[in-house]
Design a protein around this ligand. Structure first.
Ligand code: GDP
Length: 318
């Protein structure tokens, strides 16, 4: 029997809100599967959302994202916050469970009920990251987490997409990750609210920071705008992470006082509506293509009995 017909949405949402990790996980699986139940799920979740702070963490593979995420979780837990981690891998075809096994560095948090860690695959999704990530964030927000950390592997467009979804975005760099101009890559200078040079214990960290500061100064912002800090960490032993949390708090306060929080959340809503609409149109289009009408219209066009504009009109009119 198809599983989706056995799920009672109100019950599942209630359990997720009480912090039951399995129910939270199932709701995120519904997002991954693009389940038709999501419409009902979303309606049930919305009244309970708006509380969580969404923090994006992005950077090239190997800079220390998962180590830093884990260290951030520790620091936030020390403040009594409930923390969810959503690791989005745009290049991976695997869903939650499969990737989770790799996340050894998160293992210290596994037994903590106030920490929820989940990987999410998005490749092959009709709507892509901008469709699935906000929905997964909504689940975690409704489940009462104070902070949702969204970790993405930096692969060009995906990090930009995720930056658009977060309230605050941390761009992570590290020495020895290729040429010093890595910062200029993929619009990294545009997307960060906080820049963190990790592996401060390694040679070259100060050079990366200097170059980054130089690059950021070139696109300096007006007075009153958020001045993007460049911090240094040794995520491996938690060094500098408290300062990152403090900078996140400062950014959160600035978001509130400047009105930017409202603007960002509107932008996020706009992107989500757009992603849902486009995915719906695509699905409809796929149905139209399957239908025999296209074949018969194509025949008429090939036989010059119908012009292609009129044929397209007829197709869209169905
Ligand atoms: P990710 O691919 O960006 O998630 O990076 P990981 O968190 O998996 O870290 C990549 C490697 O860098 C691992 O071997 C980590 O142990 C190491 N690493 C992480 N943080 C530090 C650090 O502060 N100093 C040093 N020397 N190594 C680190």
């Amino acid at each position: 029997m198809n599983r989706r017909f056995t799920i009672a949405v109100p019950e599942l949402v209630e359990k997720a809100r009480s912090g039951d990790p399995r129910s939270i996980g199932r709701l995120i699986s519904l997002v991954e599967e693009a389940s038709p139940l999501l419409r009902e799920v979303t309606q049930a979740l919305i009244p309970h959302t708006g509380h969580a702070r969404v923090v994006g963490i992005t950077g090239a593979p190997g800079v220390g994202k998962s180590t830093s995420t884990s260290a951030l979780v520790t620091a936030l837990r020390a403040q009594g916050k409930r923390v969810a981690v959503l690791a989005v891998d745009p290049s991976s075809p695997f869903s939650g469970g499969a990737l989770l096994g790799d996340r050894i560095r998160m293992s210290e948090h596994v037994l903590d009920r106030d920490v929820f860690i989940r990987s999410m695959a998005s490749r092959g999704h009709l709507g892509g990251l901008s469709w699935s990530t906000p929905q997964a964030i909504r689940v975690l927000d409704a489940a009462g987490f104070d902070v949702v950390l969204v970790e993405t592997v930096g692969v060009g467009q995906s990090e930009v997409e995720v930056a658009g979804l977060a309230d605050s975005t941390i761009v992570l760099l590290a020495p020895g990750m290729g040429d010093g101009i890595q910062a200029a890559k993929a619009g990294i200078l545009e997307i960060g609210d906080l820049y963190v040079v990790n592996k401060a214990d390694r040679e070259g960290a100060h050079t990366v920071r200097r170059e980054l500061r130089g690059a950021l100064a070139l696109s300096a912002r007006a007075e009153g705008a958020w001045q993007r800090p460049v911090l240094m960490t040794t995520a491996q032993d938690g060094g500098g992470v408290v300062e990152v949390v403090a900078a996140l708090d400062e950014h959160a306060a600035w978001l509130q006082s400047s009105g930017e929080l409202v603007a960002r959340r509107r932008r996020r809503a706009r992107e989500e509506v757009e992603a849902i609409a486009v995915a719906t149109l695509r699905a409809r289009w796929a149905q139209l293509r399957e239908a025999s009408l296209l074949d018969s219209l194509a025949g008429d066009v090939a036989d010059r009995e119908l012009d292609p504009y009129a044929a397209a009109d007829q197709l869209l009119a169905t």
